[in-house]
Design a protein around this ligand. Structure first.
Ligand SMILES: Nc1ncnc2c1ncn2[C@@H]1O[C@H](COP(=O)(O)OP(=O)(O)OP(=O)(O)O)[C@@H](O)[C@H]1O
Ligand SMILES: Nc1ccn([C@@H]2O[C@H](COP(=O)(O)O)[C@@H](O)[C@H]2O)c(=O)n1
Length: 220
């Protein structure tokens, strides 16, 4: 079973996708970390003329050892990730790794922006996670504060909005809800309730697929 989880920044898609991975015993990939690792690799060259070429080179040579979540979680790296993510050649360079992960034997759960549209359009279940901007900002603020970081909520809100806007306008993206994705708005749900809702969607979708494979009934 392939489960695709997409949604905007700090919507909680990673929390849900990893929870679904644990629940169904499936390997999980946070694809945002790949873009973040490329962004981090070119952090020093953001204002350089060759930023794009450097980002492409970094994506082509990205190694699993570069995916160090503890260095990739900041707003600054998130913003850089969304800047390298508009470069078509960066996306192409990262495609095969994500595609191979999605199509591995036994299935997988992936979260990102284009999983249901580009990476695994054939996914068995697609979830599009939404939450209003204020809730997303508050969740991210608490996440940073739990790590002992001071947070300027006004600045954080605008960073999230700015990143969402860049992502939505990405000409090489696919950052929209797939037609066959289930929308899950978690604004009013805590983590446990959101995970229960996501599991109910996956179970319901898979039961529906199994039902449609049964021989059609014929009325006497
Ligand atoms: N339903 C929820 N209610 C409250 N907090 C939540 C909920 N879902 C996730 N969170 C918290 O919000 C923060 C962001 O969640 P998470 O990292 O899963 O979002 P994300 O969409 O994967 O973010 P990113 O776009 O940066 O990858 C985390 O601290 C997480 O624990
Ligand atoms: N499949 C994806 C995943 C992420 N991106 C870009 O990376 C940025 C950071 O992602 P997070 O999920 O960690 O917030 C994101 O803003 C996107 O620009 C992507 O393009 N495709």
């Amino acid at each position: 079973m392939i489960i695709a989880v997409d949604g905007p920044a700090a919507s909680g898609k990673g929390t849900l996708a990893s929870g679904l991975g644990r629940h169904y015993g499936l390997p999980y990939l946070d694809t945002g970390l790949l873009y973040r690792a490329v962004g981090r690799a070119v952090e020093a060259y953001e204002a350089s003329d060759d930023f794009e070429q450097r980002a492409i080179a970094a994506a082509l040579t990205l190694d699993e050892a570069d995916i160090e979540p503890e260095y990739l979680q900041s707003s600054k790296i998130g913003s850089l990730a969304s800047k390298v993510a508009v470069i078509g050649a960066v996306r192409s360079a990262l495609f095969d790794y994500q595609r191979d992960f999605a199509t591995q034997e036994g299935g997988a759960v992936l979260d990102g922006r284009d999983i249901g549209t580009k990476i695994a359009p054939e996914a068995d279940v697609k979830l599009f996670i939404q939450a209003d901007s204020k809730s997303r900002m508050e969740r991210r603020a608490r996440q940073f504060e739990a790590r002992g970081q001071a947070v300027d909520r006004y600045a954080l809100y605008h960073q999230i909005e700015e990143r969402d806007a860049r992502d939505m306008l990405n000409p090489n993206g696919g950052f929209y809800k797939a037609d066959d994705a289930h929308l899950l708005d978690t604004t009013l749900l805590d983590i446990e309730a959101a995970l229960r809702a996501a599991i109910a969607i996956v179970d319901g979708t898979m039961a529906g697929k199994a039902g449609s494979l049964e021989a059609p009934r014929k009325k006497l």
